[in-house]
Design a protein around this ligand. Structure first.
Ligand code: NTF
Length: 809
């Protein structure tokens, strides 16, 4: 299909008039956006329909990626890019006298995720479609996305994110595909006369799960896959039972918000309801689709791969068992084999507090049949493993223990593959966090280092850089990102380096314009832009970054005439609403920013911008403008990180600990093209083992650091009396759990090396170029090819036509 500008203008006008019966020039940009979205939907609908039909006709194996979070970002431009009509449409819109960027900007960014985990899911959806892999996303259509973050007096305030205010042009409500999800009540098993036990339910609450589907458009390959998000509704026949607003609210709540505060019992219960809701709905629809093909059950795992993204969808295991046993009448062994062969699981964190566990009683009450099945899985696990591994080891791996149901244990036992998201993370899983399981199931464990889609994070976010690369090495890298390495040949080419510098400067100017408009802060675009963008968490150590800033500030105060490499420090981070310490760090950084940004002694030497409500669209603005990528988590704690890959791809130099995927970045670019500092994982382990670390001693031995810390409690930074004290105590009284003080000196030294290198523009740009050219292996296309080959057993093949499907059975 090719589209000319004239055809586009005619068709687009038709769509607009059908929607709004008015003149397009008088329309708001939201209306124009809506019409353009509709045009795209119509334009791609044939491919969407056909892709679906072809998958069905050819009975290809399909992947279902279950994730509680998706962070797709704005979709208008990426859909146009993938359809191969971005330039045509842009020109057409311009010729019609409309403002393309304004239209693009009026799309609301759906915040249906927290951070890395949700964005990874969306990068994966893009790569799955672009590789022509038959794949589907399965998640929740939250009525309100992750809270909208505002700063009031420097404090984080959370507001509801009403992302559906103007509707959502991309989704299609499919009430014909709705299913019922059952909660609560009582259940007992009854002989059905055919020697099978069947559950009899009473007093259950039945909720209708209605899917909203969104097309996932592959890159120039005519493939349109499906992202299915479920919404909870009251079944029509049960309306009579929901008389009050409060009654109805219980149902609406299920898909109301992402991650409701789960620091209390009610919050946890709601979270568990959400997890079962989208898991059950998804599994039911998979089984329904499978049965449509009239294949024997032995074919199930040859046709279906179910991926569990972290433990949130781990109830896939007992839910698939339930359907196979209770509804399809299969025997335990057969059902168990099908379940294990179909399901695979990714672990995304080793942080103990993020390991999900649910009180037994809660699961018993909310999901009585599922509880029985989990109990049976657990018992069989014990019966089978005790003779092989002994009681001690086996009991450390049970799903039920100490009155809790451990979701990771359920996911591991009920699946055929367990993967970590970077090499070090997988090693830590094998050797520490999940060591007992690794001993039991060594062949289940594998590594799949995360990846990012270069289509969004380079083509769309940094079009100028894309043009430069196209001009130098051609366009093959777009479908084979490994080809980016050809760009290395230009690392000594003065022209190319100066083009690269110009592009970076323009991107920095673009961000500076945003900062000026939004926060009335003047930034010097020639300063070094230093970026840390990620969720706020103690282990990610935004605090270390802030202490370095404070140290620089003190230097300037000591000697205002000091020559320092000017820097702009950019932060973007949300803190979980119940994570008080993280919120105190936000307040501290904001207070520090206020002090420094308004101090005439400082001028352009330092500026701090903490952007509000960091998300995908802001990332697209910030990442291309970054010179330094701060990846400074305590070694061993960050599973992978993905902003590190995006920043590298856009020519930022990484300043990092040897943690997560930073290690793989170092291996690819070489130690001379990255700034490393801090403890290694082994050193952290050793310090933990010895137990002799004293933060106080570090402080006593370092005068500079001592002065910095004093500023937290001596009133120099206005308005942080409480926060300053809490942070100070976390470091000194509670002995600095994340070794911030221990790593301070080497962090500052790395920053000094960065400053020095930045003086030599050519050397810096050369390293930036090498970083860009080395980032190809982090394309999610490669990550997904590995999932496809090694976990899902589906054929991953970039395609220009659909003939591949025939060979993918
Ligand atoms: C995150 N985990 C990790 O913290 C990141 O290091 C990683 O890059 C992403 O997952 C994607 O793999 C989580 O968000 C969670 F939920 F597991 F804590």
């Amino acid at each position: 299909m090719t589209l000319t500008t004239t055809e586009f203008k005619t068709e687009f006008t038709k769509v607009f008039e059908a929607l709004y019966a008015s003149n397009i020039k008088d329309a708001s940009s939201v209306q124009q956006y809506n019409a353009l979205g509709n045009f795209i939907k119509v334009y791609s609908s044939e491919n969407w329909n056909q892709t679906n039909q072809l998958y069905l006709d050819n009975q290809v194996k399909q992947v279902y990626y279950f994730s509680m979070e998706f962070l797709p970002g704005r979709m208008l431009k990426s859909n146009l890019l993938n359809l191969g009509i971005l330039d045509t449409v842009r020109t057409g819109i311009k010729e019609m006298g409309l403002d393309f960027e304004e239209i693009v900007g009026s799309e609301v960014d759906p915040a249906l995720g927290n951070g890395g985990l949700g964005r990874l899911a969306s990068c994966f959806m893009d790569s799955i479609a672009s590789l022509g892999i038959p794949g589907n996303g399965n998640g929740i259509r939250y009525r309100y996305g992750l809270f909208q973050q505002k700063f009031v007096d420097g404090y984080q305030v959370e507001l509801p994110e009403n992302w559906l205010r103007n509707g959502n042009v991309w989704e299609v409500r499919k009430e014909n595909k709705a299913v019922t999800v059952r909660f609560g009540g009582e259940v007992y098993l009854k002989e059905d006369g055919k020697n099978k036990l069947r559950p009899i339910y009473s007093n259950t609450q039945n909720i209708l799960a209605v899917p909203y589907d969104t097309g996932m458009i592959g890159y120039e390959n005519d493939v349109v896959n499906n992202l299915r998000l479920w919404s909870a509704e009251i079944p029509v026949e049960e309306e009579i039972n929901y008389k009050t607003v409060a009654d109805r609210e219980v149902v609406n709540q299920i898909t109301e918000v992402l991650y409701p505060d789960d620091s209390n019992y009610e919050g946890q219960l709601l979270r568990l309801r959400q997890e079962y809701f989208f898991t059950s709905a998804g599994i039911q629809s998979i089984v329904r689709f499978f049965k449509k093909q009239q294949l024997p059950w032995s074919e199930f795992s040859n046709k279906i791969a179910i991926h569990v993204n972290d433990t949130h969808p781990a109830l896939c295991v007992p839910e698939l068992m339930r359907i196979l046993l209770d509804e399809e009448g299969l025997g335990w062994e057969q059902a168990w084999n099908i379940t294990k062969r179909s399901i695979s699981y990714t672990n995304h964190t080793i942080m103990q507090e993020a390991m999900e566990k649910w009180p037994v009683q809660m699961v018993q009450e909310l999901l009585p049949r599922i509880y029985q099945i989990i109990e049976a899985i657990n018992q069989r696990h014990i019966d089978k493993k005790v003779p092989l591994y002994g009681e001690e080891l086996t009991y450390r791996t049970t799903i039920i223990s100490d009155g809790y149901i451990k979701m990771a244990n359920l996911a591991i036992i009920g699946s055929h593959s367990v993967n970590g998201v970077a090499q070090l993370h997988t090693d830590i899983l094998k050797e520490e966090t999940l060591r007992d399981f690794y001993e039991m199931y060594p062949s289940k464990f594998n590594n799949k280092t995360n990846g990012i889609t270069q289509r969004r994070w380079l083509h769309l976010a940094n079009e100028k850089l894309t043009h430069l690369i196209d001009e130098k090495i051609g366009k093959e890298w777009k479908t084979n990102p490994a080809e980016l390495r050809q760009f290395k040949a230009y690392s000594k080419d003065k022209d190319t380096l100066s083009c690269l510098a110009d592009i970076k400067l323009e991107n920095k100017q673009r961000f500076a314009a945003y900062a000026k408009e939004k926060y009335a802060i003047e930034l010097d675009p020639t300063a070094l832009f230093d970026v840390q963008i990620k969720r706020l968490h103690a282990y990610k150590r935004q605090l270390l970054n802030a202490l370095h800033i404070l140290d620089r500030y003190l230097k300037i105060k000591d000697d205002p005439s000091l020559e320092l490499q000017p820097r702009v420090f950019i932060f973007g981070a949300k803190a979980a609403p119940s994570y008080i310490y993280a919120k105190q760090i936000i307040k501290f950084i904001n207070a520090l920013a206020h002090l420094i940004n308004n101090d005439p002694d400082v001028g352009d030497k330092m500026k701090i911008v903490f952007v509000e409500n960091y998300g995908v669209s802001l990332a697209e603005l910030i990442i291309p403008a970054a010179d330094i990528s701060e990846q400074i988590s305590l070694a061993g704690k960050e599973a992978s990180g993905t902003s590190n890959m995006k920043l590298m791809l856009n020519g930022a130099l990484t300043l990092a600990t040897l943690d997560g995927a930073n290690i793989e970045i170092k291996d690819l670019v070489g130690e001379e093209n990255i700034f490393l500092f801090g403890l290694t994982n082994e050193e952290v382990n050793q310090l933990n083992r010895e137990g002799t670390y004293s933060a106080k001693r570090v402080l006593d031995e370092n005068e500079r650091l001592n002065r910095v810390l004093e500023c937290l409690i001596n009133g120099m930074i206005p308005d942080i009396e409480e926060e300053g004290r809490v942070i100070y105590d976390s470091l000194i009284r509670y002995n600095d759990e994340y070794y911030v003080l221990k790593d301070f000196e080497s962090f500052v030294a790395a920053q000094e090396r960065a400053d020095k290198l930045y003086q030599d523009k050519e050397a810096w740009n050369q390293k930036a170029l090498i970083n860009i050219a080395s980032s190809g292996p982090f394309s999610a296309d490669f990550t997904i090819m590995r999932y496809a080959d090694e976990i899902w057993n589906v054929k991953g093949k970039a395609i220009k036509n659909r003939s591949f499907l025939k060979g993918n059975q």
